[in-house]
Design a protein around this ligand. Structure first.
Ligand code: HEM
Length: 234
C-alpha cells in the first residue's frame, strides 16, 4: 500500500515537472515575441526621437510624438515581464525568500506604472480605434486590479491568494505577445486570402479585435491554469 502511494507521489512529481517545463517554454516564446517587438520599436522610433524628425508611418508617428508616455509604459513592462517568472517559480521563492520580497516590490512598482500608462496609451494612441481603447480599459484595469489585490493578499498573509492574483496579472502582461500573433494571423488573411493589397496598413482595421482576442485568451488561460494547479498554492 505504502509502495503504491509512493509510486503515485513520484508520478505526480514527474507530471508536475513536465507541466512546469511546458509552461516554461510557452512563457519563454511569448516573452521573446514581446522583446522582438520592443527592439523593433526602439529601432524605428529612436532615430526620429533623437534627430527630431517625423516618421512617415502613422503608427511610429505617435510613439515618436510621445516617447515619455510610450517608453514609460514599455520599459517598466519589459522589466516586469522578465522578472515575474522568477517570482512565480516556487523553487526561487523557497530558496531566496528575502530576494523574492525585495524584487517583488520593484517589479510590482514597474507593473503598476506600465499598467496605468497602458490605459492612457489605449486612449492617446489607439491605432486600432475605439475597439482597442475599450479593450485596453477593460484588460488594463484588470491587470492593475490583480496587482493591487495580490499586494493586499500578501500584506495580510494570504499566500495562496497572493499567488493566484499574481498569476492572473502575469497572464495579462504576457498576452501582449498573443495580440501580436493575432495581428499576424489577420494580416495574413487580409493580404493572402482576401487580397487587400491596396490597403496601406491592413492590420489597423483588426488591431482592436486582436487586443480582445489576445488578452481575453490569456485571462481564460490563467483561470484554467489556476484550476489545474491548486496544489501549487503557497
Ligand atoms: C506588462 C507587460 C507589457 C509589456 C512588456 C508591453 C509592451 C508593449 C510594447 C513593446 C508595445 C509596442 C508594440 C508594438 O510596437 O508593436 C506596447 C504598446 C501598447 N501596449 Fe503594452 N505592454 C505590456 C502590458 C500592457 C497591458 C496590460 C496593456 C493593456 C491591457 C497594454 C496596452 C498597450 C497599448 C494600448 C499599446 C499601444 C498600441 C498602439 O500602438 O495602438 N500593454 N506595449
Amino acid at each position: 500500500m505504502a509502495g503504491t502511494a509512493a509510486a503515485g507521489t513520484e508520478a505526480d512529481d514527474r507530471a508536475g515537472r513536465v507541466r512546469g517545463r511546458r509552461i516554461g517554454v510557452v512563457v519563454a516564446v511569448l516573452t521573446t515575441i514581446v522583446l522582438v517587438f520592443f527592439a523593433r520599436r526602439i529601432a524605428t522610433d529612436w532615430p526620429h526621437v533623437l534627430d527630431g524628425s517625423v516618421p512617415d508611418d502613422d503608427l511610429a508617428e505617435k510613439y515618436v510624438a510621445s516617447p515619455w508616455l510610450a517608453y514609460g509604459h514599455m520599459v517598466p513592462g519589459v522589466v516586469y515581464l522578465l522578472g515575474a517568472p522568477l517570482q512565480l517559480s516556487r523553487r526561487f521563492r523557497s530558496r531566496h525568500y528575502v530576494l523574492h520580497r525585495r524584487l517583488g516590490r520593484v517589479l510590482l512598482g514597474c507593473a503598476l506604472l506600465s499598467g496605468v500608462l497602458a490605459v492612457v496609451l489605449g486612449f492617446v494612441f489607439a491605432w486600432g480605434g475605439r475597439t482597442e481603447s475599450f479593450a485596453t480599459l477593460v484588460f488594463g484595469s484588470w491587470f492593475v486590479l490583480c496587482l493591487v489585490l495580490a499586494f493586499r493578499a500578501i500584506r495580510s498573509g494570504r499566500v495562496p491568494d497572493h499567488r493566484r492574483w499574481m498569476v492572473r496579472a502575469f497572464a495579462v502582461g504576457l498576452g501582449v505577445a498573443t495580440i501580436r500573433l493575432w495581428v499576424g494571423v489577420f494580416t495574413g488573411i487580409q493580404l493572402g486570402l482576401l487580397g487587400m493589397t491596396d490597403e496601406p496598413m491592413p492590420a489597423r482595421s483588426t488591431f482592436g479585435v486582436a487586443f480582445w482576442l489576445g488578452l481575453g485568451m490569456h485571462v481564460a488561460a490563467a483561470e484554467w491554469w489556476l484550476r489545474r494547479t491548486p496544489d501549487l498554492d503557497g
